[in-house]
Design a protein around this ligand. Structure first.
Ligand SMILES: [Zn+2]
Length: 301
């Protein structure tokens, strides 16, 4: 609403425990400042105040104003304009973007955190310059976002890229019906490809990251669990490739640190992709854990 162009891109990542804010310079995307505070868990008004406080602090520190984008663990329902699917449950059913716009005196853009991850990596990360990118979160949950020509794909249901609750493609007999999922179905991709899923497949007691580390050291049960994981990831991504045919698939979330995925999965997915050759690149993220907050800053073109 300022008559002069805003000098900054401000991004906020609303996490379950921490809320992080970043200021990027508008043109180059260089990080100028960053702040992190505790999330006002359970308090809607407190969350609005936290975001307002972070924006004001960054703008005071840098002596300039910015556009504001926010990544949330949920999404804005296009039909109602209210937050849905948020595991920060105190946001559900609230007009969060409108309340923030009023508090900050400017329009605010919201997107879910997987979309922010994808946008960050497409803007100046592992998929910079790619015309089409699928960003995947392999963490506590499994999510995704799609960027086409530098912009997030946004559909009427605000679920573009949400592949985690599709059924695992081509299940074997022992993968059917699959583990129950919180969404109410069984055998969702998320129930096989999340960190907790890898941990459970190994037999429990270790985290997904620990199973991956054990596999690297050659421990046979961990090697077997990781092999099943890679085969399932290849199948699940192949169906995305068959629909979207992206130039780049970027992995994010805790399990994206498993280096073997980038070599093994492209060797496996060819069997399931409807093409004689597969030139889609599978790559690790450039910005790692910062992609959520950076992507939020990039929500304004
Ligand atoms: Zn599900």
């Amino acid at each position: 609403m300022s008559p002069t162009p805003l000098a900054l891109r401000l991004g906020i990542d609303l996490g379950g425990t921490k809320t992080e804010a970043i200021a990027l310079d508008r043109l180059g995307g260089r990080e100028l400042a960053r702040r992190r505070v505790a999330t006002a868990r359970g308090s809607y008004d407190g969350t609005v105040a936290t975001v307002k406080g972070l924006v004001e602090a960054l703008e005071a520190e840098l002596g300039a104003a910015g556009s504001v984008g926010i990544g949330i663990p949920g999404t804005v329902s296009p039909r109602s304009g209210l937050i849905k699917n948020a595991n920060s449950t105190w946001l559900i059913g609230k007009p969060f973007d409108r309340d923030l716009a009023e508090a900050l005196g400017r329009p605010v853009r919201l997107a879910n955190d997987a979309d922010c991850f994808a946008l960050s990596e497409a803007s100046d990360g592992a998929g910079a310059g790619a015309a089409t990118l699928f960003g995947v979160i392999l963490g506590t949950g499994v999510g995704g976002g799609i960027v086409v020509h530098g912009r997030l794909l946004a559909g009427p249901n605000a679920i573009a890229g949400e592949w985690g609750h599709n059924p695992l493609p081509g299940p074997t007999d022992d993968e059917r019906p699959g583990p129950p999922c919180y969404c109410g179905k069984s055998g969702c991709i998320e129930t096989f490809l999340s960190g907790p899923a890898l941990a459970r497949d190994h037999g429990g007691g270790l985290s997904g990251a620990e199973v991956a580390a054990l596999a690297e050291s050659g421990d046979p049960p961990a090697v077997a669990a990781l092999a099943r994981y890679q085969e399932r990831l290849a199948r699940a991504l192949a169906t995305v490739l068959n629909v979207l045919d992206p130039q780049v698939v970027v992995l994010g979330g805790g399990l994206s640190r498993i280096a073997a995925l980038y070599e093994t999965v492209p060797r496996l997915w060819g069997r399931y992709v409807f093409s004689d050759t597969v030139d889609t690149r599978l790559v690790p993220p450039v910005h790692g854990d910062s992609s959520g907050v950076r992507g939020a800053a990039w929500l304004w073109p």
